[in-house]
Structures are given as structure tokens and as C-alpha cells.
Design a protein around this ligand. Structure first.
Ligand code: IMP
Ligand code: MG
Length: 179
């Protein structure tokens, strides 16, 4: 077993996340109540747990698609250069789309992806982010719906990783380095 030089301190419990996901899903279902179908686009990999829970609470006809970007590598600092590693399988022109993101940090990723999706002329495009770190923002962008605003801490769990680990934690915790 590898010795890691950090521990994860609990920040948001699995129970609080579940309650918030349920209320976000109600708001989203209400907003899109007249839709023919909603294409829910998950940004890989960090949103995979969130999107799985969210879509099961949506009372709408839903399709699921995924997009993968890369900006962090295995570090903690954004390179601010967003690359598309995997594009959508389906077309979104004329469709209602909900983009699902794990965290909005500097805002570069969301800004890039929103521009890309807007260029494909969806009928409506809205964004739901589980977490937001407003104090870190470099690009003026906010999600339509946000689960929790958090301080400038590096967090993991509920799909979110540090160097690919900790995605399987059922709650959100903050990384604390040991001296
Ligand atoms: P942005 O482009 O700086 O807004 O970064 C967004 C992406 O960086 C998110 O989708 C996350 O994958 C990653 N990220 C930002 N903050 C954290 C964090 O605290 N823990 C893990 N990943 C993070
Ligand atoms: Mg990540």
C-alpha cells in the first residue's frame, strides 16, 4: 500500500449532498417541464457520480451524453488551457441541454465548454454545477444552478479526484497535507 502525504477531512456529508441533489432536480424539472427531451451532458470524469444521482431525480424525458475535457493533469492548478478529449456522441442542435459540471473553479473549463455547445445552436442551454469556488474565479461565468458554494480548498470525493484517487468517497472532503 502506498503511503500518502495527505488526509481527507469531511466537508459535505453524503446526506447533505443527497438532499441538495433532490432539490436541484426539482428546480431543473420545473424549469424544463415543457421539454420534449432534455439532453444531460456530463463533463467527465468528475461529474459521473453527480450526474448519475441527478438524472434519477429528474422528472423529465432525459438523454445522457458525455464530454471530456482536460485542464488539470494530476496537479492542483489549472493550466487554463482547455482541450476536448472526448466529444459528444449526439447532436444538440435545436435541443434542450443541461451541462453538468463537478466544480467551477477559475471558470475557464465552463466558459470554453459553454461556448462550444452554444456554437451548436441548442434550443436552451443551462448549467448545473455541484460545487462553486467563487473566490477563485478568473472568467466571469456562473452556473444556472449550484449545489454548494465552497471556500478556496482543494476537495475530493463524490466523483471528484486528486491525482485520480478518492472519486469513490460518498461525501466531499478537503485535502489536508501532512507536514
Ligand atoms: P476551472 O477551469 O478552473 O474552473 O476548473 C474546473 C475543473 O477543475 C473542474 O471540473 C474540476 O475537474 C477541476 N477542479 C477544480 N477544483 C478542484 C478541486 O478542488 N478538486 C478537484 N478538482 C478540481
Ligand atoms: Mg478533475
Amino acid at each position: 500500500m502506498n503511503q500518502s502525504n495527505y488526509v481527507v477531512d469531511p466537508m459535505i456529508s453524503a446526506k447533505s449532498i443527497a438532499a441538495r441533489v433532490e432539490s436541484l432536480a426539482h428546480e431543473i424539472s420545473d424549469h424544463f417541464k415543457d421539454t420534449e427531451k432534455l439532453i444531460v451532458v456530463g463533463l467527465l470524469r468528475g461529474s459521473f457520480v453527480f450526474i448519475a444521482d441527478l438524472v434519477r431525480e429528474l422528472d423529465l424525458p432525459v438523454e445522457v451524453d458525455f464530454l471530456e475535457t482536460s485542464s488539470y493533469g494530476d496537479g492542483m492548478e489549472s493550466t487554463r488551457e482547455v482541450r476536448i478529449l472526448k466529444d459528444l456522441r449526439g447532436k444538440i442542435e435545436g435541443c434542450d441541454v443541461l451541462l453538468v459540471e463537478d466544480i467551477v473553479d477559475t471558470g475557464h473549463t465552463l466558459n470554453h465548454v459553454v461556448k462550444l455547445l452554444e456554437s451548436r445552436n441548442p434550443a436552451r442551454l443551462k448549467v448545473c454545477a455541484l460545487l462553486d469556488k467563487p473566490s477563485r474565479r478568473e472568467v466571469d461565468i456562473t452556473a444556472t444552478w449550484t449545489g454548494f458554494e465552497i471556500p478556496d480548498e482543494f476537495v475530493v470525493g463524490y466523483g471528484i479526484d486528486y491525482a485520480q484517487l478518492n472519486r469513490n468517497l460518498d461525501h466531499i472532503g478537503k485535502v489536508r497535507f501532512l507536514k
